[in-house]
Design a protein around this ligand. Structure first.
Ligand SMILES: [Zn+2]
Length: 266
């Protein structure tokens, strides 16, 4: 009985420790982040190294993330690779195919052209590891992968198919719309329900002026905003812009910088 009680106690402590395990974010480059909780990692547009301004490029060359990505070395020993769309600041088929070849646990989710491009580079990848998504404007999809339930939304652009993702890691709901169409930002956020039920952490692109932040932040009161799409300006500028609208911003200053998500208030 005593043994059982001790065992239960250890189990409960273990569960508590698991719940309390912190969630971290690592900025990669351009529009990419890796979300981590212990050994579990989700990359969102996080396997690309292209199209960066000189300052970011220099940081990246110093950090050499491309070699780490291809070899699936930390922080790119990833369980789930989410791609919003095929633009080169979000996606690199050859890097992803190398990563998935070196890292047999990684599952890829993306629009059809993304998955096709990766498969063209690595035709022997197990199809079970490649998930094509194509949500309708008013019909989001839910996909189960890597132990997560991921909601996928359409955020149409003039360019290639662009999807947004919403999912939980630990206690936190993350959302990332990919790129945004200036003309339909408010409508798109309302249509996806993100304004009604905002995520805890919203990864929000920055496009040289702060229309996205001014439009989105008052209507989608997330508990924390993470600027992304830094390649068009600089990460510092994106951060400064976001901080002009809200103080709930998590800013990064270099490639492969990792930060724990701070305790969030309402
Ligand atoms: Zn982009």
């Amino acid at each position: 009985m005593r043994f059982l009680a001790t065992g239960l106690c250890v189990l409960m402590l273990g569960a508590a420790a698991l719940t309390a395990e912190p969630v971290s974010l690592t900025f990669v480059a351009a529009s990419g982040y890796v979300i981590g909780r212990g050994d579990f990692k989700v990359a969102i547009d996080g396997l690309t190294t292209l199209e960066t301004p000189a300052a970011t490029q220099a940081m990246m060359e110093a950090a050499q993330p491309r070699a780490l990505m291809s070899a699936a070395s930390a922080p790119f020993d990833i369980d789930l690779i989410l791609v919003t769309h095929s633009d080169s600041d979000h996606f690199d088929a050859s890097v992803i195919s190398s990563n998935m070849t070196a890292n047999l646990q990684a599952v890829l989710i993306g629009p059809a052209n993304v998955v096709r491009a990766v498969l063209a580079q690595a035709p022997t990848l197990d199809p079970a590891r490649l998930i094509v998504v194509h949500p309708g404007l008013y019909s989001p999809q839910t996909v189960e992968a890597a132990g997560l339930s991921i909601d996928v939304f359409s955020f149409p652009l003039p360019g290639p198919e662009n999807v947004g993702y919403r999912f939980r890691v630990g206690d936190l709901a993350f959302a990332d719309p990919g790129d945004l169409n200036f003309d339909t930002i408010a409508m798109d956020f309302a249509r996806t329900g993100w304004t009604e039920t905002p995520p805890d952490v919203l990864i929000l692109p920055y496009f040289l002026f702060n229309a996205e932040y001014r439009t989105v932040i008052p209507t989608c009161p997330a508990r924390l905003y993470v600027p992304t799409h830094a390649q068009l300006g600089s990460l510092a500028l994106a951060c400064e812009t976001a901080r002009g609208v809200t103080d709930r911003v998590l800013c990064f200053s270099r490639s492969l910088e990792e930060q724990a998500i701070p305790p969030l208030s309402d």
